[in-house]
Design a protein around this ligand. Sequence first.
Ligand code: 5GP
Ligand code: SF4
Ligand code: MG
Length: 465
Amino acid sequence: CGVFGVVGVQDAANFVALGLHALQHRGQEAGGIVSHDPAEGFNSVRRFGYVRDNFTSQDVMATVPGPLAIGHVRYSTAGSKGQTAIRDVQPFFGEFAMGGAAIAHNGNITNANALRRELIERGSIFQSSSDSECIIHLMARSMGRSIPDRMEEALRKVEGAFSVVAMTRTKLIGVRDPLGVRPLVLGKIGDGYALSSETCALDIIGAEFIREIKPGEMVVINDEGVQSHFPFRPQPSKFCIFEHVYFSRPDSILGGRSVYETREAIGRELAKENPVDADLVCPVPDSGTPAAIGYSLESGIPYAMGIIRNQYMGRTFIEPTEQIRNMGVRLKLNVNRALIEGKRVILVDDSVVRGTTSRKIKEMILDAGAKEVHFRIASPPTAWPCFYGVDTPDRDKLLAASMSEEQMAEHLAVDSLKFISLDGLYRAVGQFQGRDKACPQYCDACFSGEYPVTPSDMIDRGFEM
Ligand code: 5GP
Ligand code: SF4
Ligand code: MG
């Protein structure tokens, strides 16, 4: 998901809509905006579909006036299978003794089932099936005297990944979980401030990127400025390494470096680890493009756009059903036959999950007359599901859960298939010594099976680590 908030500007919701549009790659199912205006109070609008189709008309935007607003773009993950209902669309709103508050959450709460059960037993009435709603109910039960105090208390009971943007009548609040699994950044716009999942959304509104919110940090922003504190027990940070590989936009800055540069470095590392004699390096667009450029630069094999992407299609992976995803590959990608015919082609993609994309693309490339097909993947084999906010399927659907690299190559019937090593990936993201086995510098659970937060709900349901 993507979260965004602005305080201290006129018609804040317009900026939020722009910000959400820039974060659309983080969630395409639905979006919502809540605003506050001193005269009109709180208002909200929540819709299915793209930001550009929902939050551009004057009529709609006029319903969310005021100098303070937050928003969310949704992508449903582990806890919430099936079709999204409008009541699951964030931000969520709660009315407390000291006034209202709205929250937008990116991540996944790994003890949400247990919390929900407990809260329901004690009388909470849930409106949605979303794990994030627990935060509102925990806040309602808190005895804290201010909304930030209540939020703090609520979030101390929550396990898992959360980057939260919240608002009261007068304050914009940002919090990152103690491991800092999902990103969150702070920007300055005019006399006001913005909080965003990624810096690309600050760019679109002309805000200046100030800094990342730190793991475990809470910032409370009002007219007087930004107050920061650290309400959680400090822990070694575990930022999601897959944000570098796939999730974030290439024009965002993560850890002081553009995601594009990191992906290019991943491609170079991939070429060093897994060279092969071939005529062309082609990306599987768009997610494989920077890594393919890196692979080409390192290997000296020419880069070519052997596959063309239809720009009017969204991210295939985010389509909820298998059938749509299967179709999706052809709707989205087409082979540039003229370039491919008679060539030995290296295809670079960011990841292999179920293998749907790679299988289809191989067929298309061979149909177009390629002589050889070599897959090079910019992440290690995805052998474990993510429980922290990226929607990987159940373990039995992951190709790498039951097959070795060689078996996958055979299964996909390609001339070769190679993945970057976990150490190689760490080097490429800037950890030049590689992965610290005793205390990995990132979350890499989907590759290593080492979960930095015990996914207790999933274990209750029988998941074996
Ligand atoms: P597959 O087709 O193997 O199931 O999925 C791999 C493709 O899904 C890659 O091209 C990758 O770009 C894309 N993808 C989109 N979203 C995700 C995600 O959340 N996780 C992973 N691992 N891959 C994703
Ligand atoms: Fe990121 Fe993978 Fe960890 Fe999920 S399991 S947070 S996708 S590194
Ligand atoms: Mg892709």
